[in-house]
Ligand binder design. Structure first.
Ligand code: SAH
Length: 367
């Protein structure tokens, strides 16, 4: 039997074509799109405005949803974390972060991750596989349904960040496909301008993204101001060193809209990359390339087997002051959801919270 079609990854025109191949009229495709993407229904049984025979036929050849929530946790700061499984049993994690004026959903682009950044827990899973467009869209539906109720319009704006598990630019086609589906005003209606994609620095794909119309915003994970240190912390640097990376950023800069800035993320590791000297090196590096950008300092989120500690708040502040004194716009990212392992670099299919026993349960994890 052919693989079932994942309907959540199809745009409205594609759903219309799909139902037409079944001999159905076009409006059934539009109905189906509204049921999945606007009403956020996750099974054919619930789409009662479609004739029963059509629902039976659809369930034989297609899927209305594929991800299953295995467990979920709510942090003391309101952050919610969802641990899900794909139809083939692989872990997917999504984090919902409520903020006063908007919500942010942090989604995964891959199950596990092929990159081997030494400060990130997800790296320990290795790459299990890239997610499909439908699996990306579903993560957002699941988070919104849980936070607000099935199909309820979110009361605030929704921002998306591709900062969960995986390297989004190694799954760029599915990612862009998902973003096109989600942008539809008759569906989730989350436009690319609300989306930030974070990359460890896949240089050729940064250039591809620069040439994409309706592209999302871009963030680059730096973690080090020199090749010597970045080679160790982020082995992808050996393939695309800082000069190549910043060259690609310079090309990307030409596509920035008025007011838009490229973001550089810098995870702060105590005694490793947080000295005054390294702050000056970082400022000089960025100033030398003169890219319209800002720096987000991310205090390291501790993750048990990793040999790092977060920089102290004073150190982070001092680092920030040095950058700013050299004209670099700098922000400090407040960690969210650390107590439920929802913070950056903590996603590795861990069960539980800080208050109960934790263990690495996933396939491929170093137990
Ligand atoms: N692969 C992509 C997206 C996932 S990581 C990338 O590398 O950008 C999202 C951000 O979390 C990155 O900036 C990364 O540097 C940061 N990060 C990873 N592990 C972390 C940890 N343990 N504490 C704080 N930030 C971390």
């Amino acid at each position: 039997m052919d693989k079932p079609v994942e309907l959540t990854g199809l745009s409205q025109p594609e759903l219309v074509t799909f139902v037409e191949t079944l001999g159905e009229p076009a409006y059934r495709g539009r109905q189906l799109f509204a049921a999945l993407q606007h009403r956020r229904l996750r099974s054919f049984d619930e789409i009662t405005d479609l004739p029963k025979e059509l629902r039976i036929r659809l369930s034989e050849i297609a899927r209305a949803s594929t991800l299953k929530v295995e467990s979920q946790y709510t942090s003391s700061d309101g952050t919610r974390r969802y641990l899900m499984k794909t139809h083939d049993g692989l872990p997917v994690e999504t984090v919902f972060i409520p903020e006063e004026r908007r919500d942010t959903i942090c989604f995964s682009s891959q199950s596990g991750c092929p990159l081997q950044c030494t400060f990130c827990l997800t790296a320990q899973l290795g790459l299990l596989r890239s997610l499909t467009a439908g699996e990306i869209v579903e993560q957002i539906m699941i988070a919104l349904n849980d936070a607000y109720g099935i199909g309820v319009k979110p009361p605030k704006g929704t921002n998306l960040v591709a900062m969960g598990a995986g390297e989004p630019l190694l799954n760029l086609d599915s990612l862009l496909k998902a973003l096109r589906v989600m942008a539809d005003p008759q569906g989730l209606h989350i436009v690319p301008n609300r989306v930030t994609v974070s990359t460890a620095g896949v240089v050729p794909r940064i250039l591809d993204l620069a040439n994409t119309s309706d592209r999302p915003h871009l963030a680059i994970s730096l973690a080090a101001p020199t090749d010597e240190l970045r080679d160790v912390l982020m082995p992808i640097n050996k393939r695309w060193p800082l000069e190549d990376l910043l060259g690609a950023c310079k090309a990307f800069e030409k596509t920035l809209k008025p007011g838009e800035r490229l973001t550089f993320e810098y995870v702060m590791l105590d005694g490793v990359n947080d000295s005054d000297e390294q702050a000056r090196q970082l400022a000089n590096l960025l100033n030398r390339h003169g890219i319209r950008s800002k720096v987000n300092l991310i205090p390291h989120n501790p993750a048990d087997p990793l040999p790092y500690q977060p920089s102290s708040p004073d150190r982070v502040e001092r680092f920030k002051n040095i950058l700013e004194s050299k004209g670099v716009h700098t922000y400090v990212r407040r960690p969210r959801g650390r107590d439920i392992f929802a913070a950056c670099g903590q996603l590795a299919a861990r069960q539980g919270t800080l208050n109960n026993l934790t263990e690495l349960t996933s396939i491929g994890a170093n137990n």
